[in-house]
Unconditional design. Structure first.
Length: 343
């Protein structure tokens, strides 16, 4: 990196909120974060100040260097400034993925003193990273109930929301100098797609993030991606292209309306005028969640605005009805209620 480029990079890091000592740690280990990742690294330091954030999601397209960034944050920064912390790094165990992961660790930590094997990474200051692998969700249970200062989950949507919630129960510490946090990387799609969209994507879109933060990156932000993989991504078509190449969260397996686009079909919240015709639609479910949606029809052009939804699994029929009624505002006038005749 020449002097001009270095000056620009340091200015970008400063503007993102990265601290000088964090940059020194990164530079001393030969790690230069992609500009798109600088806000993530800055936030990791801000969490130390008890800013209320405990969960951070790095999502986006394939090939956007998410894993590279989270490994650098945990191993170069977190483990160095908090001696003795214990990190769980959870990932799927496939042979090809395992070899790729070992190569990645070697590249990121090539200038940092450590000892590593297939099960853990140890640092001189007693910090350690436990490398947890799983082939299916039942394998994750062996990590439950154990205290971890940091949990990292790679390809988070390959795990159900229920298991993620259980893992969060292991995110705790007895240290007064550390704020436990969860870092996750993922693409859209997978068994946890709906959970991630509801917990991380929608709050970020709506400006309602509290304990969570979401950072998006694209393969286009990664100048080190090889030409062959870039050509592969740009040659994808259909739903797979929307998920892997575009990082689109508004597409999933079995989707009824694949033409849905958030930027086209979602609007900013508005006050529904009293003369709009309000209606609801119910889809019954038990093991799979039931859902109820509220919509208002504009009298002048017939356009439908969906303005509320509830969905939950394992509710009896009376509890479903109670949830629908309790979700409505006092005096809200519903003209029509639609439901599947099989109910």
């Amino acid at each position: 990196m020449d002097e001009v480029a270095l000056e620009r990079y340091l200015e970008a890091a400063k503007n993102a909120g990265c601290s000088p000592d964090q940059l020194r740690l990164f530079v001393s280990c030969g790690y230069v974060a992609l500009p798109v990742m600088l806000p993530f690294h800055a936030l990791a330091r801000q969490i130390d100040q008890h800013n209320g954030v405990t969960e951070v999601l790095l999502d986006g397209t394939r090939g956007s260097a998410k894993s590279h960034a989270v490994i650098a944050q945990v191993c170069i920064d977190d483990c160095e400034r908090a001696p003795g912390i214990k990190v769980l790094f959870l990932r799927q165990t496939e042979r090809a993925a395992s070899e790729s992961f070992e190569d990645l660790i070697g590249r990121v930590l090539r200038n940092k003193k450590h000892k590593a094997n297939s099960e853990r990474i140890m640092f001189p200051n007693k910090s350690r990273v436990v490398i947890g692998g799983y082939k299916d969700e039942s394998d994750i249970d062996k990590y439950l109930g154990i205290e971890y200062d940091v949990i990292v989950i790679e390809e988070g949507t390959q795990i159900s929301g229920t298991r993620i919630e259980k893992l969060r129960g292991s995110l705790r510490t007895s240290r007064e100098d550390w704020v436990p946090r969860l870092y996750m990387t993922t693409n859209s799609g997978g068994v946890g797609h709906a959970y991630f969209k509801q917990r991380y994507i929608d709050p970020q879109r709506q400006g309602k993030e509290t304990t969570t933060r979401r950072f998006f990156s694209s393969y286009k932000d990664n100048p080190f991606i090889n030409d062959e993989y870039k050509t592969y991504l740009e040659g994808l078509t259909g739903d797979l292209a929307r998920q892997w190449r575009d990082g689109d969260w508004d597409i999933f397996v079995g989707m009824a309306f694949s033409s849905w686009r958030y930027e086209r079909h979602a609007i900013n919240p508005i006050e529904i005028p009293a003369h709009y015709i309000r209606m609801t639609g119910t889809d019954w479910g038990y093991a799979n969640p039931f859902s109820n949606h509220w919509a208002a029809k504009k009298p002048d052009n017939g356009r439908i605005i969906v303005y509320r939804e509830v969905y939950e699994s394992e509710l009896t029929d009376p509890r479903q009805a109670e949830l629908i009624v309790s979700s409505e505002s006092p005096g809200e006038k519903i003209r029509k209620r639609y439901a599947d005749p099989s109910m």
